[in-house]
Design a protein around this ligand. Structure first.
Ligand code: HSE
Length: 437
C-alpha cells in the first residue's frame, strides 16, 4: 500500500512550474518505485489569479493555510531570496513540517539559525537543489563520501558566468556581447548582478564548505571577485599560455584547522578536468582522502534539473520513518538530519593566501619597462617564471606586459601592485588573475 506525502509548495515561478510538471509526469513511476504518493496540496503565490503555465494545486496567498494544515508533511520553499523565505522556513519547521529548499542565499546567510531551529523541533531541512541543481553533490558529500576527509573542493557553480566565459573564449566575444547572448538565450537573468559579481557562487560555496568542512561561514567571510573585470585580451593571453579562465569557488584545507575559501576568476591549465566544462554546465571537482580526485558534472540550473533534485529530497524525506523520538539531539547524527556539522576550523584571511598569478600591465612602450616591473615585484619577494610583451596594434607606443609569477602571498602582491600602479609607465591598472595548476 502506498504512503501519501502531502506537500505545501511556496512559490510557483520557473522552478515551481518545473516541479509541478515533473511531478505530474513522474508521479505514478515514483509511486511504483518508492511506494510514495506525492501530492501538492497547497501552492503559495502572490496572486492566485495570475495566468500560469501549469495548473498548480490549491493556489493561495495565505501562508497560514499551509502552516495550519496538519496534513502537510513537507514544505518546499521556492521563493528564493532572504525574506520572507527565512521566516517561512522557520515557521514551517516550528509547525512540525520538514523543509526542502532550493535557496542557496537563505542557507548561506541564515543556515545556522535554520538548522538550529530544525534541530530544536526535531525536523529536517534538505537542500540538494541549492548547489549545482540537477547534480547530486550534496547527497554525495553527505552520504556517499562520508568515509572521506575532503580537503579540496573546486567548483564551477554558476552556469551564467561559465556560459559567458566560454563564449568569450570560443567566439572571441567581448564580455558585454557574451552577456547579451546569455540573456537572449535565457541563461542569464535580466539583472545578472548576483551571477556576474560572484555572489551566487559565494552563497553556494558557503553551503558546500559548511557541509564538507564543518566550518561556520557567511558570504561576507568569503573573498569574492566576479567576472566583470575580465577582458578578451586576458582570455587570449591565457590561451597563449596554455590556460583557460573559469570563475571558480575554491575551498582548500591549508592546515588541520584552517580553510581557504574564495571565489574568483581563475586560470586553469587546458588539461584540467574543469577546463572541459563548457557553456552553462556546472561541475564540482574534489579530493577525498580515500577516493582521491573526483568530479561531478551536469546542469546546475533550469526548471527540470532543479525539480529533479527537489523531488529526490522529497522522496528521501518521505521514505524516513514517521516517528523519531524527541529529543533526538545525539541520537540522530546531524549529517543524516541534513544539518551541517559545525567544527572549529577557521578561515585563512585572504591576505595570507598564496597563489601563482597572471599579471597584465598596460604600459607605455619604452626601454627598461619590463626591468622596472620585475625589480618592483622582486622587491616584494615575487618571483617571475614567464614574461612576454606585446604592443597594442592600433595604439602607438602602448603595450601590455604579461607576467606569470611563482607562488606569492596575496598581501605581498597587493603591496607590489599598489606601487606599480603608481608608476609613470603605467597606462591603466594591472589586471590580476590567480592560477590553479
Ligand atoms: N543563476 C544561477 C546560474 C542558477 O547561473 O547558475 C541558480 O543558482
Amino acid at each position: 500500500m502506498s504512503k501519501n506525502i502531502s506537500i505545501g509548495l511556496l512559490g510557483c515561478g520557473q522552478v515551481g512550474t518545473g516541479l509541478v510538471k515533473l511531478l505530474n509526469q513522474q508521479r505514478d513511476f515514483i509511486e511504483r518505485r518508492t511506494g510514495l504518493k506525492l501530492v501538492i496540496k497547497h501552492t503559495l503565490v502572490r496572486n492566485p489569479a495570475d495566468k500560469r503555465a501549469v495548473k498548480a494545486p490549491g493556489l493561495t496567498k495565505d501562508i497560514n493555510r499551509i502552516l495550519g494544515d496538519d496534513s502537510i508533511d513537507i514544505v518546499v520553499e521556492l521563493i528564493g531570496g532572504l525574506d520572507p523565505a527565512r521566516a517561512y522556513i522557520i515557521k514551517s519547521l516550528k509547525a512540525g513540517k520538514d523543509v526542502v529548499t532550493a535557496n542557496k542565499a537563505v542557507l548561506a546567510h541564515h543556515g545556522r539559525e535554520i538548522f538550529e531551529a530544525a534541530r530544536l523541533v526535531n525536523r529536517q531541512v534538505y537542500y540538494e537543489a541549492a548547489v549545482c541543481a540537477g547534480i547530486p553533490v550534496i547527497r554525495s558529500i553527505k552520504e556517499g563520501l562520508l568515509a572521506n576527509h575532503i580537503n579540496l573542493l573546486m567548483g564551477i557553480l554558476n552556469g551564467t558566468t561559465n556560459y559567458i566565459l566560454t563564449r568569450m573564449s570560443e567566439e572571441k566575444l567581448s564580455l558585454a556581447d557574451a552577456l547579451k547572448q546569455a540573456q537572449q538565450l535565457g541563461f542569464a537573468e535580466p539583472d545578472p548582478t548576483s551571477d556576474v559579481s560572484g555572489a551566487d557562487t559565494a552563497n553556494k560555496l558557503c553551503v558546500l564548505a559548511a557541509l564538507s568542512f564543518g566550518i561556520k561561514v557567511a558570504p561576507k567571510d568569503i573573498y569574492t571577485e566576479g567576472i566583470m573585470g575580465i577582458e578578451l585580451e586576458d582570455i587570449k593571453n591565457a590561451d597563449e599560455f596554455g590556460y583557460c579562465i573559469k570563475l571558480l569557488a575554491i575551498a582548500r584545507e591549508v592546515a588541520h584547522n584552517k580553510v581557504e575559501l574564495k571565489v574568483h576568476p581563475t586560470m586553469i591549465p587546458k588539461k584540467h578536468p574543469l577546463a572541459a566544462v563548457r557553456n552553462e554546465f556546472n561541475a564540482l571537482y574534489l579530493h577525498g582522502s580515500a577516493v582521491g580526485d573526483m568530479m561531478f558534472y551536469g546542469r546546475g540550473a533550469g526548471p527540470l534539473p532543479t525539480a529533479s533534485a527537489i523531488l529526490a529530497d522529497i522522496i528521501e524525506l518521505g521514505n524516513q520513518p514517521a516517528f523519531v523520538p524527541t529529543p533526538c539531539v545525539g541520537t540522530t547524527p546531524d549529517v543524516h538530519r541534513g544539518a551541517y556539522n559545525w567544527g572549529d576550523k577557521k578561515i585563512l584571511p585572504m591576505a595570507e593566501t598564496v597563489s601563482e598569478h597572471y599579471l597584465r600591465f598596460p604600459i607605455i612602450d619604452k626601454p627598461g619597462v619590463i626591468g622596472k616591473l620585475a625589480t618592483l615585484l622582486g622587491r616584494h619577494n615575487i618571483s617571475i617564471y614567464g614574461a612576454t610583451a606585446a604592443l597594442v596594434p592600433t595604439k602607438k607606443q602602448l603595450g601590455n606586459v604579461r607576467i606569470l609569477t611563482r607562488p606569492a602571498k596575496e598581501s605581498q602582491l597587493k603591496q607590489a601592485l599598489s606601487e606599480i600602479n603608481r608608476l609613470a609607465i603605467m597606462r591603466g591598472k594591472a589586471t590580476v588573475i590567480r592560477i590553479e595548476e
